[in-house]
Write a protein that binds this ligand. Structure first.
Ligand SMILES: Cc1cc2nc3c(=O)[nH]c(=O)nc-3n(C[C@H](O)[C@H](O)[C@H](O)COP(=O)(O)O)c2cc1C
Length: 338
């Protein structure tokens, strides 16, 4: 695929995605308010935070909350994780029966110890027999398209993740996302995009993931790997306009950093959604990390962040944002005049 094709639709099973810019599932982050913002800036598809199928079948309230989608959020993918084939298949069946999503993604790459101890996430890469039962069970339980997201390998000496790709497609998975890191690597280590390139010869559609922070990165990944779509994760934190920037870069060869006013308007719109969905206390709490990401790199941001973290009243929060915005505007006017 060429970079300009990133802006063309892709069909995964019965799910038509209007472009090939996917917004990754991120636990604690890709919740309904933030996904609404990501979608408004042009993400082709959004994914829920990963949900525990064990908790879902037990009827856990919190898990249910994760599954709400916003009105314009079409298509919407729900990512499930678990090591129990029965709970995985049953969850997929109920998700489809309740019409909660357009696509189901199976998490095969989560390296978190607690998740792996339960036989889920990246642990499934080490237990092929169980992995096949899980994936086959989910695929057979639904007519919705099922996709899988995995890390390329366990350690750089094996290619356990990549080796699984042909089998996943044979089992009926309709697309695979490869996060180009080993299970044992931390996020600070740069991904190895050549593994995505290798993966494209093992099965398609193949979505590349890892290390996209700018429109230039997006284009470079496609040129290097020839993948069929890209998935952005940390690159959208405090930077939801990355989807629009990529589009502009591909269409015109240039893109501009988001204007300060729009940055603040988006942060406030996000806060409003967070309050609506989670209420005053939770809504403020969940926004704190997002606010810190929105103001990353701006002058005087540490003082602003400190004040925000002390506030428990949303109207004060909005006032503090306006005050900070005015300070930044004055500062940039002053430096323009100097
Ligand atoms: C805080 C955090 C939460 C994440 N949650 C999930 C998750 O729920 N499901 C998943 O498949 N990957 C999850 N990931 C991994 C990302 O989706 C993505 O694969 C990874 O960050 C690499 O992409 P990046 O380099 O563009 O960030 C998470 C990553 C982070 C940093």
């Amino acid at each position: 695929m060429s970079p300009s094709e990133l802006l063309t639709p892709i069909t995964i099973g019965s799910c038509r995605i209007p472009n090939r810019l996917l917004a990754a599932p991120m636990a604690g982050i890709s919740d309904l308010p933030f996904r609404t913002i990501l979608k408004s800036y042009g993400a082709g598809i959004t994914f829920s935070e990963m949900i525990s199928t064990e908790a879902f079948v037990r009827g856990h309230e919190k898990t249910r909350g994760i599954l709400q989608r916003s009105e314009g959020e079409i298509p919407f993918g729900i990512q499930i994780f678990g090591g129990n084939p029965v709970a995985m298949a049953e969850t997929a069946r109920r998700l489809e029966a309740e019409g909660l999503c357009d696509l189901i993604d199976v998490n095969l790459g989560c390296p978190v110890k607690k998740v792996m101890r339960s036989g889920a996430g990246a642990a499934l890469m080490l237990d092929r027999e169980r992995l096949f039962r899980v994936v086959e069970g989910v695929v057979q339980a639904v007519s919705l398209p099922v996709t899988a997201k995995l890390r390329a390998c366990r350690t750089s000496d094996d290619m356990m993740g990549l080796d699984l790709i042909p089998d996943l497609f044979s089992l009926g998975v309709k697309a695979v996302t490869v996060h180009a890191r080993c299970v044992s690597w931390s996020f600070s280590r740069p991904p190895e995009w050549r593994w995505i390139e290798e993966a494209t010869s093992l099965g398609r559609p193949l979505i590349g993931n890892g290390g996209i922070f700018t429109p230039e990165d997006a284009v470079k990944m496609v040129i290097k790997t020839r993948c069929d779509g890209i998935m952005i994760a940390r690159g959208y934190l405090g930077n939801p306009w990355i989807f629009r920037d990529i589009q502009r870069f591909i269409e015109t060869g240039a893109w501009e950093p988001v204007p300060l006013e729009e940055r603040f308007d988006t942060m406030k719109a996000h806060l409003r959604l967070s309050l609506q969905v989670f209420g005053e206390r939770q809504g403020i709490f969940r926004m704190r990390k997002h606010i810190a990401w929105y103001v990353k790199g701006l002058p005087l941001n540490s003082e602003f962040r400190r004040r925000i973290n002390e506030l428990h009243d949303s109207s004060e929060l909005f006032r503090e944002m306006d005050r900070y915005f005015e300070r930044l505007k004055k500062k940039s006017l002053k430096s323009e005049m100097e």
